[in-house]
Write a protein that binds this ligand. Sequence first.
Ligand SMILES: [Cu+2]
Length: 142
Amino acid sequence: MIYHDNMKKSIYLLMLCLLLISACSQQKPEDLVGGGTTIPGQAAQVSAQSSEVKEFKITAKQFSFEPSTIEVHKGDKVRLIVTSTDVPHGISIKEYGINERLDVGKPVTIEFIADKQGTFTAFCSVFCGSGHSGMKGKLVVK
Ligand SMILES: [Cu+2]
């Protein structure tokens, strides 16, 4: 009887050991993935890229864009966030194929790469009143 009990105990111990071993071997690959350098490395790359975006908040109102001139360097990634504050306007920069309608109070995000050097006119593309044709801004790509 005593011998039989010992056998039972040792079998239980063996099973316990096996369980612990399998639990440990399951944890190890997870640790490698979670603590690996790939995920933090990618996050760092993304934030480095987004910090290179030249962002401008522009207000469109009768009959101007504020600021009226934006300056970037050739090759820059540019983000324009344009909001109309009075009546519907538009913003168009022909050379960059940009033409967006600006409804009042709804910011419109325009993203492009400034790959063409020069001075370009941004003009209002939605009729907005008597000064519409004179409503212009400037994009300078150095
Ligand atoms: Cu207009």
